[in-house]
Design a protein around this ligand. Structure first.
Ligand SMILES: Nc1ncnc2c1ncn2[C@@H]1O[C@H](COP(=O)(O)OP(=O)(O)OP(=O)(O)O)[C@@H](O)[C@H]1O
Ligand SMILES: [Mg+2]
Length: 496
């Protein structure tokens, strides 16, 4: 009596052989918490923010351009200025040769004060090195071998810069009367002043340019990286709150594409999360029934022990039932784990006669559905495969047929050439439900009032596909449901 009570709560007393222990996924390579294998070394540049780096790069680029431009301008202007000063000085020297200044007899009579007023120094240099200068104020220019060479007619003219008592002069020498060179010198002070000013202006312009470039670089970087900042904030928001809400996308540039990709990832993640939570919820529901059944059996055992004990046969039966339920439970857990993972584990491979498997399933289902008639026509069909998986698939098909059959309805089971057909006389499956009944957790609205979680046919489909086969739902000749599972004899597909 106790075992009957137990069976009413939960199904088979004949245990399905225990499934192989579920394989644990192999540990990920590398020590946990160790550095990621592709960790990049962090340098100074990578410690700076992207914005600072873009700004610094712009400043560097513009600064370099400004510096080179200023340098080129300075060199060009200074050489132009120098050559125009030189030409001017040479022209003045040549024209002075034909005046009184070029005559050695007359130069000595010219007052030096008059020459100083014209901002030049002048002398007639003889080939022997002696010079004739103006009278009075000292107006003699710096003179040396270079100028003597011109007096000796060894060189046509000379131009150089020389120091005289701490001042710098540009000194030119042109031939005058034979044996004489007219030496003319002009202070470089004015030229240097102009060049100093040019240097200062270039320096200020360069500095301002660099500051402006830094500012512009930082502003451009800030504006350009704003969408990146928004995307980062959105990702941080998701990470902090766990809410997988899509972020707003504007424009169609690279950042917008990144945002679209991010949204697609969020959608996939939320879909996976939804699937997982549904699996957990339904798994909980599925597991509750056998657990309740086991608890009832154990309660019965405890109560009967307290009230003087059970007959030995009943006790043995009760314990056997409980063990069978435990086995069923672990099989169920194994199936749920299998269903929940994306990659199918390699099933244990053996030669299985599908007819035997269906016969076992039939005997189990007959016991728990005594009001339904089962008519079976099974031909032997050997497949390489996993008897446990195939047994669960057949049981699920027969359970469904029994569940949806009217009282005393007939379930017809045939197995011919690897095609297992289960037909019943129930309401059948509505056309719109046909493509979806093999989905995990799918249950038609008509079936919601009946027990079940919508995993049964998903397990059938997974088992068939892992044996290289397929499943199909249709209508039976009597108008009920017809579920077909095809299993190829020597499948090389899924089990290899
Ligand atoms: N023989 C059948 N007759 C009518 N409808 C069926 C039949 N078999 C399956 N269905 C429909 O397909 C749905 C999915 O079946 P499935 O076996 O996957 O789930 P379930 O029987 O509701 O629950 P579970 O098998 O997990 O206990 C059922 O809810 C039902 O709507
Ligand atoms: Mg079912």
């Amino acid at each position: 009596m106790t075992s009957d009570a137990a069976r009413r709560v939960w199904s088979p007393s004949n245990a399905v052989p225990p499934p192989p222990p579920p394989k644990r996924p192999s540990a990920p390579p590398g020590p946990p918490g160790g550095p990621p294998p592709d960790a990049q070394p962090t340098g100074f540049a990578s410690r700076l923010s992207l914005r600072t780096r873009v700004g610094a790069l712009a400043a560097l680029g513009v600064g370099l351009a400004v510096t080179l431009t200023a340098l080129a301008a300075y060199l060009t202007v200074s050489s132009q200025l120098q050559s125009s000063v030189d030409e001017n000085l040479l022209a003045r020297a040549r024209s002075a040769v034909s005046t009184t200044l070029g005559d050695p007899n007359q130069l000595a009579t010219v007052p030096g004060a008059a020459i100083v007023a014209t901002d030049v120094r002048i002398a007639l240099l003889q080939a022997n090195g002696t010079a004739i200068v103006a009278r009075g104020t000292d107006t003699s220019p710096p003179m040396g071998d270079t100028e003597v060479e011109v007096a000796l007619a060894e060189s046509p003219q000379s131009v150089r810069t020389a120091d005289l008592r701490g001042d710098r002069y540009r000194v030119v020498a042109v031939p005058a009367q034979p044996g004489f060179a007219l030496v003319l010198a002009q202070s470089t002070e004015q030229t240097e002043e102009v060049l100093d000013r040019l240097r200062l202006v270039s320096f200020i312009a360069g500095g301002v340019g660099i500051v402006l470039a830094t500012w512009a670089g930082l502003s451009i970087a800030r504006a350009g990286l704003r969408p990146v900042r928004q995307l980062t904030q959105a990702a941080e928001h998701v990470a902090a709150t766990g809410q997988l809400e899509p972020i707003e996308v504007t424009g169609s540039d690279e950042i917008a594409r990144l945002a679209h990709a991010f949204n697609a990832m969020l959608a996939a993640l939320s879909e996976a999360r939804l699937r997982q939570s549904r699996l957990v919820a339904d798994a909980g529901h599925e597991l509750r029934t056998p657990l309740t059944s086991m608890r009832t059996n154990l309660d019965l055992l405890a109560q009967s022990e307290a009230s003087g004990g059970l007959a030995a046969a009943d006790r043995t039966q009760l314990i056997a039932d409980t063990r069978a339920q435990a086995v069923e439970l672990s099989t169920l857990v194994g199936d749920l784990v299998e269903l929940s993972r994306e990659d199918p584990p390699a099933a244990s491979r053996e030669q299985v006669d599908v007819a035997d498997v269906v016969r076992d399933a039939l005997s189990r289902v007959r016991r728990r559905a005594p009001g339904v008639v089962f008519s079976a026509d099974l031909q032997s069909w050997i497949v390489p495969g996993d008897a446990t998986q195939l047994g669960r698939a057949a049981t699920n098909l027969l359970d469904n047929a029994a569940k949806f059959s009217p009282p005393h309805g007939t379930v017809t089971v045939t197995l011919h050439d690897g095609v297992l057909d289960v037909c019943d006389e129930g309401p059948g499956i509505a056309d719109e439900d046909l493509p979806r009944v093999f989905d995990r957790f799918y249950r038609s609205s008509a079936a919601r009032g009946l027990p079940g979680s919508g995993l049964g046919l998903a397990i059938v489909k997974a088992a068939a596909e892992r044996h290289g086969g397929s499943v199909e739902a249709g209508r039976s000749p009597s108008g009920g449901a017809r579920l077909t599972m095809r299993l190829p004899a020597a499948s090389s597909a899924a089990l290899d």
